[in-house]
Design a protein. Structure first.
Length: 546
């Protein structure tokens, strides 16, 4: 028994050693008044460390806050400074500037003492500490790169009406919060208003998302200004700071810098600028050397990353796209072929894997081969949207923004894909199908069977044979790249067991965006080339068999 006690004692001491950090109480003078904070720093400090400011709840203190949120467990490995501010009395000044000045002067103090990186300053708060954050948000945007409120909103104010810049924010809130009740305080609507302010272009909801807690994670991101708004609504918790959110908050915040925070446009939105449409003569006869690929999925296939100047240059006329919807900003008409300048999906979508898939094929294939893509994708959708038997009920139960996307496809994206494909078959040969979807169905074990049903129906409707038309399925953003849905890659890996003519396309090493769901422009270029490499190998094998 004594031996067991010694082992436990040693284990406890090892655990303490693993938590290598330094803690100190620091007093500073703000507007003539002494204020206090508790600061955690890495055991081995470096210059240019990020700073996380933390504000506690009403009738609480830094000690209560850090004992529960436990950011101190991260400071040594992640190399950042955590400063827990102490309120003057039991409350924060959520109507004036007293504590706003405290926050701003804390940044100066941490810069003087530790040489923190002023480009990477973040603010996390709990309950009334979050109320203070929302109250100050528009006035501290030139100092704070990302915000992380938990379990509280400033219900008497609407910060989205005051902010002049886009806001990066992750809000964590328990469904069962008994103080800031989820429905009573309209938490979802409050956070969504911040996303609307940012002019979000992409939304996705991850059900049963698991980090330290389990719940629903919603992400609104904007390719106009690079901003991200996240809402993590979790089930196993109440009104209390929670260590289960610490890693989630840090992983979100650490990707932002002040230089990333963009001004919001003033006044009325300007009409979208015209982009290169790639007008060309329409094919008038069938060409067996015109290889056509059908592309479908959700936001990663739709295209989330901003199209960069290099992506609009030197597009080989042998690479073409058929517009699946009217695209006024590039003078494209549904059902017509164009040189494949991006965007390839719809107006205002971004770079997709299909872009560099096609470019790579025409670079590597003989000059006589032309390549065409038809891209039908809807950001945030479940695979059920492409199931003819389920799509009506799915659309009816979907949020308004997704219903708006579906209306572009006459509320039947699958049928639009088939109709466009039948028209395309008059000009060329369908050689493959590219799928990138799964975030909304993250980890669902029956996903391959649901994909199989859709794949089989496509083949049947178009009179194709599986052996002639492989299915290329792209991985989601990997765990190594910080992907929020990396778990689904293990499901994607089982696809060849369900569909023998399916092939997994690796996303390893493809850089991810800050929302941990999408890829950067370079990530899409790499992923597109990976799709192409898989297809080129299949084409090579087929040619050798002849």
């Amino acid at each position: 028994m004594q031996h067991k006690h010694v082992i436990l004692t040693i284990a406890w001491m090892v655990a303490l050693c693993a938590q290598a950090y330094q803690k100190e109480s620091i007093d500073i003078t703000v507007n003539g008044q002494q204020r206090n904070m508790v600061v955690f720093t890495p055991d081995n400090k470096t210059t240019d460390m990020p700073l996380m400011i933390v504000t506690h709840g009403m009738n609480q203190n830094p000690e209560y806050q850090y004992e529960h949120d436990q950011f101190f467990n991260l400071v040594d490995t992640a190399k950042f400074v955590a400063a827990y501010l102490r309120s003057d009395g039991n409350t924060w000044d959520i109507g004036g500037t007293k504590d706003q000045d405290f926050v701003l002067q804390t940044i100066d103090e941490m810069s003087t003492r530790y040489g923190i990186d002023r480009q990477r300053v973040y603010w996390s708060g709990f309950s009334m500490g979050s109320m203070l954050m929302y109250h100050c948000m528009d006035k501290v945007q030139d100092k704070i790169a990302a915000f992380a409120p938990t379990s509280g909103v400033q219900f008497t104010e609407q910060p989205w009406t005051r902010c002049k810049k886009a806001v990066n924010i992750i809000h964590c809130h328990a469904y069962a919060d008994d103080v800031f009740k989820y429905e009573q305080y309209k938490i979802h609507e409050y956070v969504e208003n911040m996303a609307k302010m940012n002019q979000f272009t992409t939304y996705i909801k991850l059900e049963n998302y698991t980090t330290g807690k389990t719940g629903d994670k919603e992400v609104w991101s904007s390719d106009k200004n690079g901003s991200v708004v996240e809402l993590f609504s979790y089930r196993d918790g109440g009104h209390c700071p929670d260590a289960g959110n610490a890693t989630e908050i840090w992983n979100f915040c650490k990707g932002f810098k002040l230089s990333d925070v963009k001004e919001l446009p003033k006044g009325e939105a300007k009409p979208a600028a015209k982009v290169e449409g790639g007008q060309m003569e329409q094919p008038t006869k069938f060409d067996p050397n015109f290889h056509i690929y059908l592309c479908l999925g959700q936001s990663n296939m739709e295209g989330n990353a901003r199209i960069e100047p290099q992506d609009r240059e030197n597009v080989n006329p042998r690479f073409r796209m058929m517009a699946a919807v009217d695209m006024p900003t590039s003078d494209r008409v549904k059902g017509q072929w164009y040189v494949a300048y991006p965007p390839l999906c719809r107006n205002h979508t971004g770079l997709t894997p299909a872009d560099y898939f096609g470019r790579t094929l025409v670079e590597r294939l003989p000059e006589k081969i032309k390549v065409g893509v038809i891209n039908v994708a809807v950001g945030g959708c479940s695979i059920d949207l492409f199931d003819e038997d389920k799509k009506d009920a799915y659309i009816a139960s979907s949020p308004n923004w997704l219903q708006d996307f579906c209306r572009d496809y006459d509320n039947d994206p699958y049928r639009v894909l088939i109709d466009m494909a039948k028209q395309a078959q008059k000009a060329g040969v369908i050689k493959g199908i590219l799928l990138h979807q799964g975030c909304t169905n993250n980890g669902q074990k029956d996903w391959p069977e649901r994909v199989s049903l859709i794949y089989t129906r496509i083949l049947t409707d178009l009179g194709l044979k599986a052996k002639d038309v492989p299915l290329l399925v792209g991985e989601l953003l990997t765990q190594e790249q910080g992907g929020a849905c990396w778990l689904h890659n293990s499901v994607i890996a089982t696809m060849p067991q369900v569909i023998p003519t399916s092939h997994v396309v690796s996303a390893a090493g493809c850089p991810g965006a800050r929302d941990h769901l999408h890829f950067t422009a370079e990530g899409y270029r790499m992923l597109g080339r990976n799709y192409a490499e898989v297809m080129l190998q299949l084409l090579d094998k087929k040619s050798k068999k002849k």
